[in-house]
Ligand binder design. Structure first.
Ligand SMILES: Nc1nc2c(ncn2[C@@H]2O[C@H](COP(=O)(O)OP(=O)(O)OP(=O)(O)O)[C@@H](O)[C@H]2O)c(=O)[nH]1
Ligand SMILES: [Mg+2]
Length: 473
């Protein structure tokens, strides 16, 4: 490193430290955690939220906006020194351009700071000067979230969990055959051989993901980001062996697994999830419902594992380590509610609540305000009623499908009022629902969705925002 670069680097670090220190003491920064598995809707949520806060015409339920107290809103050019900026403008252009489409799956972490100039509320509000409130949001690949549960899982525990599920996919069975040919307490083979084993394991993970199975981590083995090719990702599960020698294959993979937790997972959560003030947990319940009982049960279990970090006890130490315990408000949001007529939204919200109930009751949410909502960050449909074959009226949504671009009327299925009916069927992991039919569809964002004074159309984004941020605006 040349001297000027070194000086620059030192300066940047000092700036970063100063920034962090001032942020801690000033209360005008809100760090909003957007948590959700892959495809849950994080990138679309962030894009629509920011657009609707920059332009609040479609946010009547956000009180500060309705009262006209948000005087200005702007994006900071570069919020953090070490993290790339969230490509808000590109994502918005994709969603609302002439040929609107969805953004691609996220492959790297990025961050955005939205600043709002707000007139304080209350009797003397006219006398006090406007305040500036910064909202920091990060976006990351949902796959990485799966790693949260690894932090409290040993190599032996993780291995036995994964090995139990290998028979589920063809690549899994292939990996099983490789495993059967290995002697974990034999001396560690060459790096080439290690990476061959690890690659076979990665193929199994990719097959799980392609089959819509939610729990297919470790996340960086699926989406390495800037760790592509790193030996830190070159490991795989092995059957436990007692007293394996230090130089054995088993110990080598165990060391790499522990190294992965320490050098990759912990810093990610510590740097980006710590100091989070408000949290939204996004969950695609309808997607899982359409895939069948086992998928819904997978989603329940995976979210349970993800929310482990909020639990007291052993995992609570982990929560403190990564700073999660100070979250003040958590919103559980079922996403893509525009796939369902509003008459069914209460049932959808109840299903989302019931799905997370276990995890929530064990977690340390006692000190935090929590709420549940069904939302659509980007509304792609309009509602209608059509008659079925027997002349009965059916509430539907109408939109344009992403594949083929056809305009269709869509009914996802009838949700029961009592969500336990579905959850108990899910826990039996049957192939299909008994007495219910649920269908998935993928709608494209509708063209011309931007108005002069509002962001993209949505469902209850304003309510979500009021819950998460309203008291600070
Ligand atoms: N109809 C509808 N579909 C949505 C909405 N939000 C997300 N989707 C769909 O869900 C897909 C995934 O959304 P993303 O925002 O990219 O999901 P993500 O959580 O960022 O996913 P990763 O980047 O893979 O972690 C989109 O491509 C859309 O098909 C919504 O509000 N309405
Ligand atoms: Mg994304």
């Amino acid at each position: 490193m040349r001297f000027t670069e070194l000086a620059d680097d030192i300066l940047r670090r000092a700036e970063h430290l100063a920034e962090t220190a001032t942020e801690r003491v000033s209360s005008n920064t809100i760090r909003l955690g957007v948590t959700g598995l892959s495809r849950a809707g994080k990138t679309v949520f962030i894009t629509s939220l920011v657009s609707n806060l920059l332009n609040t015409g479609r946010m009547p339920q956000l009180i500060s906006a309705a009262e006209g107290r948000i005087l200005a809103a702007y994006l900071e050019p570069r919020p953090a020194v070490s993290v790339p900026r969230f490509r808000y403008e590109d994502h918005l252009a994709t969603l609302t351009g002439d040929h609107p489409d969805w953004p691609e799956g996220t492959r790297r972490i990025s961050e955005l700071r939205l600043s709002l100039k707000v007139q304080p509320r209350g009797l003397l509000s006219g006398l006090s000067a406007p305040r500036t409130v910064h909202i920091d949001i990060i976006d990351y690949p949902g796959e990485w979230l799966l790693d949260l549960s690894l932090l409290s899982t040993s190599y032996a525990e993780w291995s036995s969990d994964v090995i139990a599920g290998l028979s589920r996919t063809q690549p899994g069975r292939e990996f099983e055959r490789i495993l059967n040919g290995l002697l974990p307490d034999d001396p560690c083979p060459t790096e080439d051989r290690l990476s061959e084993i690890a690659t076979a394991f990665q193929h199994h993970l990719q097959a799980l993901q392609a089959a819509g199975i939610a729990d297919c981590g470790p996340g960086r083995l699926l989406l390495p980001g800037d760790l592509e090719g790193s030996p830190m990702l070159s490991f795989a599960p092995l059957p436990e062996v007692a007293n394996a020698p230090r130089s054995s294959l088993y110990r080598e993979f165990e060391r790499r697994y522990e190294g992965y937790k320490k050098k990759v997972v912990q810093p990610f959560f510590r740097n980006h999830f710590s100091r989070i003030d408000r949290q939204i947990v996004l969950i695609d319940v309808l997607g899982a419902l359409g895939q069948g009982p086992a998928a819904l049960d997978d989603l329940r279990q995976t979210m349970g594992k993800v929310l482990t970090a909020f639990r007291p006890g052993r995992a609570g130490r982990l929560a403190r380590l990564i700073g999660i315990s100070r979250v003040e408000k958590i919103l559980f949001a079922v996403t893509k509610a525009d796939h369902l007529h509003h008459s069914q939204h209460p049932a959808l919200t109840s299903l989302g609540e019931a799905l997370l109930e276990d995890a929530r009751s064990r977690a340390r949410f006692a000190g935090a305000g929590t709420a549940s909502l069904s939302i659509a960050a980007l509304r792609t449909t309009v509602e209608d009623t059509v008659n079925d074959a027997s002349g009965q009226p059916v509430p539907v949504v109408k939109g344009r499908l992403t594949s083929g671009g056809k305009q269709v009327a869509f009914h996802a299925g009838d949700l029961p009022v009592n969500p336990q009916v579905l959850l108990s069927e899910a826990s039996r992991r049957a192939d299909s629902w008994v007495g219910y039919t649920f269908t998935n569809a993928q709608f494209a964002p509708a063209p011309l969705t931007r108005t002069a004074n509002g962001g993209p159309p949505h469902i209850r984004l304003d309510k979500a925002c009021e819950f998460l941020l309203g008291d600070r605006l």
